[in-house]
Every structure is written in C-alpha cells, then in structure tokens.
Design a protein around this ligand. Structure first.
Ligand code: SDX
Length: 383
C-alpha cells in the first residue's frame, strides 16, 4: 500500500492509537488522564522505561534531565555561528549531532546476533531529552538577540523550564500547566514518519544521536510536524473569524490541503486536539487581544472545514489546536516544530530502545516495474 498505509512494521508496547474511536494510550494509560494528572517527566519515564516512576526513580530521572541542560561550550559556539534564517529543526540537528558522545556514545551494544543491549541508547537518549529545551532556547535567544537561557532556572519542571527557555520570561502557573499538557500530548504517537525514520536508522545499529537526526529531518515536513507552524501562519493570514469561510472554501476548492486537518490513522477527532482546544480556549481568553482573536478565527475555520471535510472523516489533528495554544503562550510560530521535537525526542528514544533490543535491519523491497536487458548504445547512436 502506498505510504505503508495500514502496514504493521513492528510490535510495540509503548503507545496504542485507536484511529476509529479517537483514543490514545501510553503504556496502557489513557493519555487524557495522564495529560490532566501527570508531569511530563513522569510520562517521559513511563514511555522510556515502561512504568510510572516511584518517587526515587522520578527524582533520579529529573536530576538527569536537569544535569543535561549544561550544554558544552563548543556546542554554544557553533550555535552562535549558524545562519539566522536556517530552520529551527536544522539548527537542532546540527547541535544534537555535536552532542555526540557527550552523554556516552549512544551506540547499542551487540550481545548476540539477535540480542542488543539498548542501555547506551536510553542513557544518551535521556541526556538529549534533558538538553533539548535549552538547545531550543539557545537557538531562540540567539535569533532574538536575548540573553541565553540559564541552565539553573526552574529546577522542578521540564515544561516550565522549556517555556522559560523559549520565551525568556517566567511562565505563570496556568501557562506551565497548559504547556505541560501540550508536551505530554506530543511525547509519543506510535509510528509516525519521524519515529519510523529513527527506527530505520537505528536498525543499522548506528547511535541514537544519528537516529534522532533522521527523525528531526523527517519531522520538518509540512505533512508532519511542519504543519504546526503552517497552521499559525494560516490563521494569522485569515486574520479574523469573518474571513474563515471564504479562505477554507478557496483552499479546498483549489484541491489544496488545509493545514492541521486530517490524519493517516485518526478517522475521527484526534483526542489530543480535543484536549488542546479546551486548554487553548482557557489560555487565549485569559490573554485576550491577538490570542483570543486567533482562537476565535480557529473556531470559525474548524466549523467551516468540518462542514466540508467531516463527511470524508477529516478532522482537526493535534497540530491545529496546539498551534493556537502555543500562540497564546507567546511562542513565535517558527519555534513550534521545535517544541514538537522537544516532546517527541522521548518517543523516538523509547521506540529505538524497544526496537534495537530485538533488532533486525529494516530493509523492505520495492516492486520493480521497469524494463530489463536493454542494449547499451554508444553516445553517437543515442537520440
Ligand atoms: C502530525 O502520523 C502521526 O501520528 C503524525 C502526528 C504525530 O503525533 O506524530 O499525529 C502529527 O503530523 C499530524 C498531521 C499534520 N499534518 C497536517 O496537518 C498536514 C495536512 N494534512 C494532510 O496532508 C493529511 O491529512 C495527512 C498527510 C496528515 C494524512 O494524509 P493521508 O493519510 O496520506 O491521506 P491522503 O493524502 O491519502 O488523503 C486522503 C483524502 C484525499 O482526498 P481524495 O484525493 O481522496 O479526494 O483526504 C484528502 C486528500 O486530498 N485530505 C485532505 C486533507 N488531508 C487529507 N483534504 C484537505 N485538507 C487536508 N488536510
């Protein structure tokens, strides 16, 4: 099937996506409950280690993440030299690659021809989960001419630290909770293109830094993570709820894709989108002004879109309402896919570690449909 639609390429115990009912579970826990009650750190531990951490495990994991915020000087020096207009994910790819070896080499260890020790992947991967918010914050601060985010700020919350690193200001309590929910909802999603890219790379037993590089490159595309910033651009271009109907009509009648709508697996509302719509409404209406207007424009776009797309089982996906919430949190659209990556590094590490533990090189076939045994013609004899 084109695009591996409906093709199962692995078994996993990490996430289950019920596309018909619009449900999502992480290691057997319903994501709506985790989004309401857990911290991102607990969910990251759950996805990577397969169980909710006890107090001691959580403290140890949290201190690993905090220690990883200390980015080596040589990485910051390169970050300062990167061309300003390079896409955020390309900058993250450069900086993640420069971290090679910083948290251990991240290379799976061959134990037998079938058994591989994934511990180095988890060790180095956890370091990258911890470093990612400050990497993204350094990129944003350099682009905006702001002071680099301190590694010391906000010792007790990955979400609050990420929001501070990205905006340069201390987030309010409702903002921290909202952003914690968003990071949890973006932490994993079974086998999207970026996770599969990481797995294909890892199946050659390369290191986790390279596998995450492959995932970041894949996430960037507008059919995947890149949609997150495209939604914001679309809503800002529409500008007002009054213009939504006409805009949606123009996009759909010209056969284009409405960013933030549709999903390969969900044929109903993406459950993450339902949660984020509520959270976006609270924050956007508390912030007011531009944020409230963007939310109201998004409501009008959703109504206009569903009138035309619901019959084709096309609904808002996670990116649509996440984009509205990120805007209300004062984050610039160019960093949105970077936020997606900060959360999803957890899922990439978890799936790579799970796959390589019973590794087999991923090498599918392509059905050959061309000619065979054509005669080689010398240059002068060719048309
Ligand atoms: C993410 O995989 C994951 O889980 C990803 C993700 C995650 O957590 O990792 O959930 C995150 O990437 C969400 C998706 C973000 N992308 C977008 O919002 C971009 C816009 N959406 C699409 O382009 C599209 O919906 C996809 C790529 C997401 C899924 O498309 P499929 O499964 O390949 O479907 P398709 O291209 O075969 O389309 C089927 C039909 C087509 O119409 P027909 O030719 O049959 O008449 O649906 C139409 C498409 O034109 N269609 C849309 C549409 N999405 C599908 N029409 C208008 N607008 C859209 N957004």
């Amino acid at each position: 099937m084109r695009g591996l639609d409906g093709v199962y390429v692995a078994e996993t115990r990490i996430s289950y996506v019920d596309g018909e009912k619009g449900r999502l579970w992480y290691r057997g826990y319903a994501v709506d409950e985790l989004a309401r009650k857990a911290t991102f750190e607990e969910v990251a531990y759950l996805l990577i280690h397969g169980k909710l951490p006890n107090r001691e495990e959580l403290e140890e994991f949290r201190s690993r993440l905090i220690a990883a915020r200390r980015i080596p000087e040589h990485v910051i020096e390169v970050a300062e030299k990167l061309p300003q207009n390079l896409h955020v994910l390309d900058k993250m790819r450069v900086l993640v690659t420069l971290l090679y070896g910083w948290y251990g080499d991240g290379k799976p260890r061959m134990l037998t021809s079938k058994q591989v020790d994934a511990k180095p992947v988890i060790e180095a991967g956890t370091g990258l989960v911890g470093a990612a918010p400050r990497l993204l914050g350094i990129i944003a601060a350099l682009e905006e001419g702001r002071e680099l985010p301190s590694e010391k700020f906000e010792l007790d919350s990955h979400a609050a630290y990420t929001l501070y690193a990205l905006t340069g200001r201390e987030p309010s309590l409702p903002e921290r909770d909202a952003f914690n929910t968003l990071l949890i909802l973006y932490a994993d999603h079974e086998l999207p293109a970026s996770t599969f890219a990481a797995m294909v790379a890892a199946s050659t037993l390369t290191d986790i830094y390279s596998a995450i590089d492959a995932a970041l490159a894949t996430l960037k595309g507008p059919l995947h993570g890149g949609a997150l910033e495209e939604v914001a651009k679309m809503l800002l271009e529409i500008g007002d709820p009054e213009n939504a109907e006409k805009y949606v009509e123009n996009v759909l009648s010209s056969g284009k894709r409405l960013m933030g709508f549709g999903h390969r697996v969900y044929k109903t509302y993406d459950p993450r989108s339902l949660i984020l719509k509520k959270v976006a409404s609270i924050i956007a209406n508390a912030v007011g002004g531009e944020a409230r207007r963007l939310y109201e424009t998004a409501v009008a776009v959703e109504n206009a879109a569903l009138k035309r797309l619901a019959r084709k089982n096309i609904y808002p996906n996670v990116d649509f309402w996440a984009s509205v919430l990120l805007y209300a949190l004062g984050i610039k659209p160019r960093y949105y896919t970077g936020v997606f990556a900060v959360a999803r590094i957890v899922g990439w590490v978890a799936h790579v570690a799970e796959y390589v533990a019973r590794n087999r090189l991923i090498r599918p076939r392509a059905l050959y449909t061309g000619p065979l045994n054509l005669p080689y013609l010398p240059l002068e004899a060719r048309q």
